[in-house]
Design a protein around this ligand. Sequence first.
Ligand SMILES: C[S@@+](CC[C@H](N)C(=O)[O-])C[C@H]1O[C@@H](n2cnc3c(N)ncnc32)[C@H](O)[C@@H]1O
Length: 451
Amino acid sequence: MSKYMYIIHQACSAWRRICFKNPKPTALWWSVNCHTGPDVFLHPNEPGAPRSQVTKRHRKERSSCQQVLECFDQQYSQELGDLWPSARAVLLDTHSWQYGVMLNRFTTVTGITQILQSQGFSTLLPQTLSNSKYQAGSLLPPDYIPKYPPNDSHLQPDNSSYELCQDLQSEPSLSLPCPTLQCYIHPYPLRFPSQPHRPGQLKQYYLLNAASLLPVLALQVRDGEKVLDLCSAPGGKALAITQCATPALLCCNEPDPHRQDWLAKTLESFLPQSLINRVIVSAQDGRSFGQSEAGTYDKVLVDAPCSNDRSWLYSCSSQQGEQRLKERARLPALQAQLLRSALSAVRPGGAVVYSTCTLSSSENCAVVETVLSDCPEADPEDLWEEIAIPLAKYFTFSPAHPGHGQTPHKPSLQPENGTLSSYRHRLGILVVPQPGKTWGPMFLSRIRRKK
Ligand SMILES: C[S@@+](CC[C@H](N)C(=O)[O-])C[C@H]1O[C@@H](n2cnc3c(N)ncnc32)[C@H](O)[C@@H]1O
């Protein structure tokens, strides 16, 4: 066993010892970078925690920012109704947050899959079992539903969503794209150590909020396509794209120089040279990209700058919280410009996926509605059947609600009949963090440019 594998093995064994001694897994400590790449690390007091990581990365537990929380309470209780109190509980309990381990198909991952499985991780996308280059069986039965440890009564799954979820599970499982994308998740908020950079060696896995994979699944990238990732840093979704298919060209655009460095490091650490040769890193303002490269791409991802509810809730000072709330008002205009630009950059017949990591309807379906209203060649597609139903046992979905956030709605996991329902499904789907399924927030919408 290599030194590195030994460290992972030790860390996992330590967790297993702790987790099965105590009814509730011990504390998680991390910082979250945008939607992806939670910086996961071990609590310093844990036996088996790698020392170098512990000393460098130990941070105090963060407290939430009151201004931001008040704003969320006001807006999300209106927009999400009954789902908000339990979503709020999850966002405020950082120890309950889960994360996924996306394997890197360009490395040998057999050892990692064995460790993950022995720790109770299972694959998020079951269809990978039959097709993957690196096969991995799940130790958990296919209908396994994560349950919260009994003493976390305040975080018990909401019953109504849970029952609906059971109904959806009896639906025949639909086939999702990306058979080579492998992501392991755990029913509990188990931490898995992040991999240190080693010159000349590719990393075997990337840690992320599993909901970040959904926009990539919706993009349906095929081998040989030209793909644009318009807002790319730190690169989690760009990596996920390369796990799904081998594009002829992947353009990763990021205008912020600091974040562009971060993106370049991510790509270098995960992709082999043969694929790096197909990747371009560009630094344009995404709003003008569509003009300069009109009709060029088969697929475009707009993972837009947004309120980022998880991280904004932990603004480091009330001043920063206030500043962010001011900034919030300006985001929908920027997001709409980015989406319009993406629709210009995609070829006729190609598809654009728009995503954010906020629950805010003014940054989600309202942006999509605004752009659709002045873009007759754009055709929104239904992701409810394609993504929400097959993955309902892992994520809590709420359909988009139209009307620029003014229409309070009763959240439902069940597809409804009628025009309003199909319109809502076509505007996009929202992943709402819930107890035991803490993934999200993540909104996604797919828009096809008519031929
Ligand atoms: C949500 S993050 C993207 C996360 C990334 N897709 C991933 O999965 O790792 C949004 C990114 O958009 C970038 N951004 C901000 N303004 C932009 C603009 N005008 N054009 C393009 N990108 C922009 C930000 O610097 C930030 O890196």
